[in-house]
Design a protein around this ligand. Structure first.
Ligand code: 5GP
Ligand code: ZN
Length: 113
């Protein structure tokens, strides 16, 4: 999708520090990390948020969840990590392309802000 920064990252039109990539998804380190490890996992297909997931995206959504575990293993997050997806206004979603934050390598407080 034109003017979507994460589509541009998925298409390698703007650079990112890639942690994992395949034909369906890309994972890259966040520009403004909120933990010692902060990686974003996104579908290459433009989906604005979880509210926009369609029946045809079932396999893709499963693939994302399955790969998050592998990516976390590669990032050596054996002591634990948090997966967050901010959706919509109240959650302060700033980039309107579905993404899952993987945060780790520090003690994460609960409840989140
Ligand atoms: P949200 O607030 O929408 O859940 O998260 C968006 C995330 O994308 C933020 O953590 C922000 O730092 C990150 N981000 C925004 N633009 C870029 C970018 O151009 N490159 C990278 N690597 N991260 C970005
Ligand atoms: Zn996009």
């Amino acid at each position: 999708m034109a003017d979507c920064i994460f589509c541009m990252i998925a298409n390698h039109e703007i650079p990112s520090n890639v942690a994992y990539e395949d034909d369906q998804i890309i994972a890259f380190h966040d520009l403004d990390p909120q933990a010692p490890v902060h990686v974003l996992v996104i579908p290459k297909k433009h989906i604005a948020s979880l509210d926009d997931v369609k029946e045809e995206d079932r396999e893709l959504m499963g693939h994302i969840m399955f790969k998050i575990h592998e990516i976390a293993t590669d990032l050596e997050l054996e002591n634990g990590y948090r997966v967050v997806s901010n959706n919509g206004e109240d959650a302060f979603q700033t980039v309107k392309h579905l993404h899952f934050h993987i945060l780790g390598k520090r003690k994460l407080t609960w409840p989140p802000g």
